[in-house]
Design a binder for this molecule. Structure first.
Ligand SMILES: CC(C)(COP(=O)(O)OP(=O)(O)OC[C@H]1O[C@@H](n2cnc3c(N)ncnc32)[C@H](O)[C@@H]1OP(=O)(O)O)[C@@H](O)C(=O)NCCC(=O)NCCS
Length: 183
């Protein structure tokens, strides 16, 4: 892990990472029922999350994990999918980004919340190694709540990662560093 030696990391407010990404749900992304594929929504979540992550750290990032995602209602073809993202909390080389997915029916103007997700991104240095990220400053009450909750979720993720790693060792699989593909 590179520690950004010599480069001071200046904390930045959450608001500077806020991003928005929107896309019309098109027929080539439909499932057999004529609704948007869940996998397409996950792809959009990854993209919207990466935008906020890169806006915060101004570096290439890779997706380390995506927490559980629920789909609260189907997205119909022709509706506008709107994704809003921002950095909830920075740890060391990783950060949690929250992504909220809403759908706008362009004919009625109705807006629905369809999914929320928490995505962990890791910043990479010039050699493709994880590198330290500037802290993020939550300013509003909602940002402060998300910051606190992100700490609890990280604890849970680390426990899961530890358990998965123990299972791999028990099964005889060797641990190796991942070959990173930056977004
Ligand atoms: C993510 C990755 C860079 C981590 O590399 P690593 O050698 O395990 O690095 P480290 O153990 O030093 O961990 C680096 C950071 O990643 C975090 N991390 C690693 N695996 C994680 C996981 N499964 N979930 C959440 N965070 C994770 C660590 O907690 C650490 O964060 P911190 O510095 O803020 O404490 C590496 O596993 C990788 O390249 N994975 C493939 C990524 C990829 O291809 N994504 C899809 C395409 S973008």
């Amino acid at each position: 892990m590179s520690a950004n030696k010599g480069t001071p990391l200046i904390a930045r407010p959450v608001r500077e990472s806020i991003s928005e990404y929107s896309e019309l749900a098109l027929p080539n992304d439909a499932n057999p029922l004529g609704n948007l594929l869940g996998g397409r929504v996950m792809h959009l979540v990854d993209m919207a999350g990466a935008m906020a992550a890169m806006r915060h750290c101004r570096r290439p990032v890779v997706t380390a994990s995506i927490d559980k995602m629920t789909f609260l209602r189907p997205i119909h073809i022709g509706q506008l999918v709107v994704l809003r993202s921002s950095v909830n909390r920075v740890f060391h080389t990783s950060m949690e980004v929250g992504v909220k997915v809403t759908v706008e029916d362009l004919q009625t103007g109705d807006i629905f919340h369809t999914s929320s997700a928490y995505v962990t991104f890791v910043a990479l240095d010039e050699r493709g190694h994880p590198t330290a990220i500037a802290a993020v400053i939550p300013e509003t009450a909602d940002q402060k709540r998300r910051f606190e909750e992100a700490g609890n979720r990280r604890q849970y993720r680390l426990e899961l990662r530890e358990k998965a790693s123990n299972r791999r060792f028990a099964g005889g699989t060797k641990r190796r560093r991942g070959g990173s593909q930056a977004l």
